[in-house]
Design a protein around this ligand. Structure first.
Ligand code: DX5
Ligand code: ZN
Length: 236
């Protein structure tokens, strides 16, 4: 398993009137990725930001921009985000007419590709496209809004997804990241890491805090502690 982990602050909870400064600050505070939530008031009941905003923040940070598409149709937006500087593009499989084609399109444009699973979406969507996936994103809230509570069933689903990723890795030597999104806080991130996540989106927990660096550091410490505990369990 990939022993490193990533914190990806979701700019949905940032101050949009000062977005350039917000992304610079959060990277300075230790963010590994910027998570960029795209909502269309169609696939989800909310409307957010598009490629022009991605292009606007791109020069402000060097870290990967992780674009989470909550839109349908999907394919027409993919080239626009690739051109706007996205590094990773994920989409919900139910929102695409042809999941395999959309994954290939994202990769052909030079981006990493991922599938996003809503709380009730079965993991079986990944079965026949594992070779085209760079990451899997599990929603631990229903998509559409920041600031919701973590759905604890996501812990079981993370363990299931982790098992599939490990089996795939053993069979092929390839690695796939496992990202979680929704309701991630300092006090539950350790349990989420223990369940198998290696990449953590957090919006309100980081941008709603007064000290981004203290919050990201507390998250990192909680993940590291959870991993130390897991190692100790293995040693016994
Ligand atoms: C929800 C979005 C999330 C959201 C997370 O649809 O995909 O990325 O911003 O926000 P928090 O961390 O506040 O739950
Ligand atoms: Zn998201």
């Amino acid at each position: 398993m990939d022993s490193s982990f990533r914190i990806a602050p979701s700019i949905l909870s940032a101050d949009f009137s000062r977005l350039g400064e917000e992304v610079r600050d959060v990277v300075e505070a230790g963010a590994d990725w910027i998570h960029f939530d795209v909502m269309d008031n169609h696939y989800v009941p909310n409307l957010t930001i598009g490629p022009v905003v991605c292009e606007a923040i791109r020069p402000h940070v060097k870290v990967p921009i992780d674009v989470h598409l909550m839109v349908t149709p999907v394919d027409s937006l993919v080239p626009m985000f690739a051109k706007a500087g996205a590094d990773i593009i994920t989409f919900h499989p139910e929102a695409s007419q042809h999941v395999d084609r959309t994954l290939a399109l994202i990769r052909d444009l030079g981006c990493k590709a991922g599938l996003v699973f809503n709380p009730a979406t079965p993991l079986g969507w990944m079965d026949h496209v594992m070779d085209k996936i760079d990451l899997i994103l599990l929603m631990s809230v229903n998509p559409g809004f920041g600031g919701q509570s973590f759905i604890t069933e996501a812990l079981n689903k993370l363990a299931d997804a982790r098992g599939r990723i490990e089996a795939w890795g053993q069979a092929t030597g390839r690695s796939i990241l496992l990202e979680v999104d929704g309701g991630v806080k300092v006090d539950n991130i350790g349990a989420i890491a223990a369940a198998g996540a290696d990449t953590f989106v957090a919006g309100s927990a980081i941008f709603g805090s007064s000290d981004y660096k203290a919050t990201i550091t507390a998250m990192r410490n909680a993940i590291a502690e959870s991993r130390r505990k897991a190692m100790r369990r293995h040693e016994v």
